[in-house]
Design a protein around this ligand. Structure first.
Ligand code: HT7
Ligand code: ZN
Length: 874
């Protein structure tokens, strides 16, 4: 595929003001008649041909202003429709195409999922429905007529408001007409047709519009849609209250489908969701599922303003809608739940997904400057680091100016396809600041490393903090410049008392801005040696190198007023120990005694007051986090052994307290997914995990009882996950079998069963995965199944995916090649699991490179897989 470059952007030569669509749904021959009201763009070239995008399309008919075109006036291929000399005044182009939704395994454009017709048009799926100017800066008003067999598709949904519907006399077919008054790019187009149940409620917006909000699900599952509907209502109220944004149509529909490439899609007025992020009942969904549903429902709804009303000029600006909308959904979840626990979770995701991406061959700026396949840029960098930039912008200019900037952006850019520059200009204007240096965050890839050191002068009662930033080279960017880094900080007295130290360089809100390569802060009136607490709340997406003693970390864990840094202190303590133990062949768990005592003291003081937070403190850094810290010649087996030894020791040392907490936190109340109840469950289940790590015999007994007695999926699945970590036995397998038997009719529940087994850190797991691929519940064409089994193996099972004999790599390569023929997007995403291959030990590097080269050598690779494999090897 050719490279697309940001510098080559130019406005479209033509605009399409109106789109009238007539879609006749049919399982294998759906016909689409499109009437496009086209005019030359004054900002485009005057003599240009009209080149419409297509993808695997077949043209049936073509007319300009109602008249068929002579054959030499146009050319049609599956990829393009070209009018060599189109009218230079407004005209109506009629196009008829035919597509086969049942054969569409790429799940882009119009396809069928479990008998339901649905669409996915972002980023470039609309061109798989009709020929179009499929670019986000072409905004059109749409009217859509959908026709189908009434028996096959009694529900017909489109964007906007419903304006007509009825039977087609003399036939078994019916139709519905939808009108969307808001101009939108084609990527926000959607239709749905099928047998679906509906839950709905009325909603009156803060500015007085009466709307109906509804969730559509597979027949018989409407009870499982209630939580999503509730989350939608809460999201709408939050956006009114916090961002002053009201909904703008008469209906808002959410549809759940079972085959979907990503999490969900924000189509105007008609969000389409992966059913994993809609359906929830206490018996089938975990607390994590509930929290994800709430966050993704909110995310897609928030796109209505940040993405739809204001869209992107081109796909390089993807972070304009995604980073901002992730920031908004994170803030929503923080307000609805615990702010500290939410932040810890968001930082864990950032470090687990974005930091490795930014340190590997797929590293790219938050606003990339070139791409071969845009689908490969829906990345943790664009989403999560994009959100961190917004968070920093808010802390850099302050909450009040941030709010003014957002309002200006909504006012000024509403109805347009905007750029990052236009966005930042609103904040520069609102705050009166020059943000040109801050803008470097969008252009420069890589995670900055900030080295911090402190010096106390008891005589002068001063304390100096020295900070220095640097960023390692990334592909295509050998040289790096300093970025603007807001450092939220404070000083903590060694005994935990107050320290009234001051520096004119630190703002009243505790933020110091590091905007050059190095700088220092001098505090005066410092009565005693302080412990620095820096990057509170992880105030910037950086790696922090601050060499605190274990005693200092214990002070922070005990006394820091910032909960995030209390948690961070515990993690730093554990990481240091784990990295050290990963370097020895027989790690001695007894070395974790200091950590265990610190955790015990923490639990005694805090566990019952804030169980969710305590569960986070108890949760040791993941194997992937330890690998990142080691960074070169990584041996996942050594990391696993070290972590296992530490967990075993901590579990043994804390056993009494953990058993007590399990009893104290037990509840006989019926299941509720609220954050407080979920927090209690998370600590109880973390306790179970540690007790089992310390004593597998005791663990097995507790697992069996909890599994049997659980009245909800959170507790039952937690027991099953701990079961997976027990030594091999007939009882262990019997529990897996029991789970399968109970939930054999629940694909989303069996996904959890697949994922847990694929993540088992033991020799036989690859054979287990191969066996599970033959299970009738597995399907290679369903992305959720593939992600649960193959994705979990590649991403959550370091010892087995990175097997020294290379069989894990070879398996993934086989899967990628097999999947590339049916669903290249899913195949390409799986392939990103190779992202850390260069950091592995030499023999593993050899195996990974061989597997990647084998993928690269396959003829007819999709642009998606070809792009990832070549960048990974590059
Ligand atoms: N904006 C949506 C992105 C998306 C997508 C992208 C490529 C291929 C399939 C897709 N499905 C959804 C999701 C979001 O960020 O809200
Ligand atoms: Zn999004």
């Amino acid at each position: 595929a050719p490279v697309v470059r940001l510098v080559d952007y130019r406005p479209s030569d033509f605009l399409i003001d109106r789109v009238e669509l007539d879609v006749r749904l049919h399982p294998s021959e759906t016909r689409i008649k499109a009437i496009l009201s086209i005019r030359p763009n004054p900002a485009g070239r005057a003599d240009a041909p009209l080149i419409l995008d297509g993808d695997e399309l077949r043209l049936l008919d073509l007319a300009v202003d109602g008249t068929a075109l002579p054959p030499d006036a146009f050319a049609a291929t599956p990829q393009n429709l070209t009018l060599f000399d189109p009218p230079r005044a407004p005209f109506r182009l009629t196009i008829e195409t035919v597509v086969d939704p049942s054969a569409n395994t790429k799940l882009m454009g119009l396809y069928r999922s479990g008998g339901v017709y649905c669409t996915q048009c972002e980023a470039e799926g609309f061109r798989r429905i009709t020929y179009f100017l499929d670019r986000p800066d072409v905004l059109s008003v749409y009217t859509t007529r959908i026709e189908a067999e009434a028996g096959e598709a009694p529900v017909l949904l489109g964007n906007g408001n419903p304006v007509a519907a009825g039977a087609i006399p003399g036939t078994s077919r019916h139709f519905a007409v939808w009108e969307d008054p808001h101009p939108k790019p084609a990527y926000l187009f959607a239709i749905v047709g099928g047998r679906l149940d509906r839950v709905a409620e009325p909603y009156r917006t803060a500015d007085g519009r009466d709307a109906e909000i509804a969730v559509y699900v597979e027949p018989g599952k409407s009870e499982r849609a209630a939580f999503a509907l509730d989350a939608l209502r809460r999201s709408m109220r939050w956006d009114e209250r916090v961002f002053g944004r009201n909904y703008d149509l008469d209906v808002f529909n959410v549809v759940a489908v079972s085959d979907f490439n990503m999490g969900a899609m924000e189509n105007k007025g008609l969000n389409i969701f992966n059913d994993k992020y809609v359906l929830a009942s206490p018996q089938t969904a975990t607390d994590t599922d509930y929290a994800n549903i709430e966050a993704i429902i909110a995310h897609e709804y928030f796109h209505n303003w940040t993405g739809n009303r204001i869209t992107c000029r081109d796909w390089f600006q993807l972070c304009l809608k995604e980073g901002l909308t992730v920031f908004r959904d994170q803030e929503f979840s923080a307000d609805e739940r615990s702010r500290a626990v939410q932040r810890i979770g968001d930082v864990r995701t950032l470090r687990a997904r974005q930091f490795p991406e930014d340190a590997g061959p797929l590293s790219h700026p938050v606003r990339p400057t070139e791409y071969r396949e845009i689908n490969n840029f829906y990345t943790a960098t664009v989403y999560e680091k994009g959100a961190e930039i917004i968070r920093m912008l808010k802390s850099h200019i302050g909450a009040a100016d941030f709010a003014r900037g957002m309002n200006l952006y909504f006012e000024r850019c509403d109805g347009t396809a905007a750029t990052v520059e236009e966005f930042l200009a609103c904040f520069a204007e609102a705050s009166g600041r020059d943000l040109s240096h801050f803008a470097r965050w969008y252009a420069q890839a890589g995670t900055p490393r900030v080295v911090v050191s402190g010096t106390y002068d008891a005589g002068g009662r001063t304390y100096r903090l020295d900070l220095a930033q640097s960023t390692a080279p990334t592909p295509g960017q050998p040289l790096k410049e300093p970025v603007v880094i807001p450092v939220a900080l404070g000083l903590v007295a060694e005994d935990g008392g107050r320290l009234d130290a001051h520096s004119p360089r630190v703002r009243d809100d505790g933020v110091f801005v590091l905007d050059r390569a190095s700088d220092s802060i001098l505090f005066s009136d410092v009565a005693s040696r302080p412990v620095p607490s820096v990057f509170r709340g992880l105030s910037a997406p950086v790696r922090v190198a601050l060499d605190l003693s274990d005693a200092d970390l214990l002070t922070l864990l005990r006394h820091d007023t910032d909960p995030f840094n209390r948690w961070q202190a515990g993690q730093s303590l554990a990481t240091r120990l784990l990295v050290r133990l990963a370097g020895v062949s027989r790690p001695d768990g007894a070395e974790a005694e200091g950590l265990a005592q610190a955790l015990l003291a923490f639990l005694r003081g805090n566990a019952e007051a804030d169980p969710a937070f305590a569960a986070q403190v108890l949760s040791l850094p993941s194997e992937a986090e330890i690998a990142q810290e080691i960074a070169a010649d990584v041996d996942p087996d050594a990391i696993h052994r070290a972590r296992k030894a530490v967990r075993a020791h901590v579990g043994g040392a804390l056993r009494g307290e953990l058993m007590r907490l399990r009893d104290a936190l037990a509840s006989s109340a019926p299941y509720s997914p609220d954050a407080a109840s979920a927090g209690r469950r998370s600590l109880r289940n973390m306790a179970l995990e540690l007790i089992a790590a310390g004593d597998s015999g005791a663990g097995a007994g507790l697992v069996a009882a909890q599994y049997r007695d659980a009245d909800n999926m959170t507790d039952r699945l937690a027991a099953l996950a701990v079961n997976a970590g027990l030594p091999p036995s007939a009882e262990r397998e019997a529990l897996f079998q029991d789970f399968y038997d109970r939930y054999r009719a629940e694909p989303l529940v069996l996904d959890k069963w697949f994922a847990i087994q694929a993540a088992m850190p033991e020799d036989g797991t690859l054979e287990r995965v191969l066996r599970l691929m033959n299970d009738p519940a597995f399907s290679i064409t369903n992305p959720n199944r593939v992600r649960s089994l193959v994705g979990s193996f590649a991403l959550n099972n370091a010892t087995q995916f990175h097997r020294a004999d290379g069989r894990g790599y070879a398996f993934l390569a086989d899967m990628v090649v097999a999947l590339d023929g049916t669903n290249p997007q899913v195949a390409a995403r799986l392939l990103t699991a190779f992202g850390t291959w260069r950091t592995m030990s030499a023999e593993r590097r050899q195996g990974a490179e061989a597997a990647l080269r084998r993928v690269a050598s396959k003829p007819d690779l999709s642009p998606d897989v070809s792009d990832i494999v070549h960048r990974s090897l590059g």
